[in-house]
Design a protein around this ligand. Structure first.
Ligand code: SAM
Length: 226
């Protein structure tokens, strides 16, 4: 059995998760989601939430925020539609089924791209991050809540050994920071703003990338909180 995620494994996995997702993954990631929303709203403007899922984070945005949400999974997105309707979330301009790797928006469409627990679930994380950069206006931010796997040692070996199982569940455990670092190094106009460990267990992080207003701008030191 292959260990790579693809869109079929994702849609199958999240069709199973949809009815119970909020119960299992709601409270445990609330702190991290709220930190991401606060960061996104500090940046301000029009926000795209990629992998919005059941819309679990949508009620925590301010009513004045302008939001668009996309997800690959129709069953997850149906839950989000119901939530928007029941809670009358007028901040949500639209929800659509879309693949994060190829989204149907023009370049420079959003001030902030938020993706919570998504980059480690997509088949090609680097291509997905490239797509985020394409959609982001200069001066905008990518705000992630993401699992950061171990770079080496026993924890990395355990994470790698569990890959065949977690793939069926719809995500990767092994995703070292080095992978983000390599991606950002290849980008001309992107820098790391923040990397802050988040519960549970500090195995997840709030990560913010900025898109420079001008190409050729210089990377500043970034905030790192273990
Ligand atoms: C772990 S869930 C996270 C849901 C939500 N963001 C949260 O905070 O709980 C991952 C979500 O990403 C979505 N997803 C996975 N691959 C995707 C892709 N290629 N394009 C769009 N959404 C995708 C899944 O359908 C699922 O809803």
């Amino acid at each position: 059995m292959g260990t790579e995620l693809n869109n079929n494994t994702i849609t199958t996995a999240y069709a199973h998760w949809a009815p119970i997702y909020d119960l299992v993954f709601g409270a445990v990631f609330r702190h991290a989601r709220c930190a991401a929303i606060a960061a996104a709203e500090r940046c301000g403007g029009r926000i795209l939430e990629v992998g919005v899922g059941t819309g679990i984070s949508l009620p925590d945005y301010a009513r004045s925020t302008r939001l668009v949400g996309v997800d690959l999974s129709e069953p997850m997105l149906r839950k989000a539609h119901t939530r928007v309707h029941e809670l009358d979330l007028c901040s949500v301009e639209g929800l659509a089924v879309m693949d994060a790797q190829h989204m149907a928006f023009p370049d420079d469409s959003f001030d902030v791209i938020v993706a919570q627990l998504v980059v480690t679930t997509v088949p090609n994380p680097e291509a997905t991050l490239d797509e985020f950069v394409r959609l982001l206006k200069p001066g905008g931010e990518i705000v992630l809540v993401t699992r950061i796997g171990a770079d080496s040692g026993l924890r990395r070996a355990v994470e790698q050994s569990l890959t065949p199982i977690t793939r069926l569940l719809g995500w990767r455990l092994e995703f070292p920071w080095a992978r983000y670092a390599r991606w950002v190094e290849r980008q001309e106009g992107v820098h790391v703003i923040e990397r802050t460990a988040m519960p549970p267990f500090g195995h997840f992080s709030l990560v913010r990338f900025g898109k420079f207003l001008q190409t050729g701008a210089v990377q500043e030191d970034y905030l790192e909180v273990a």
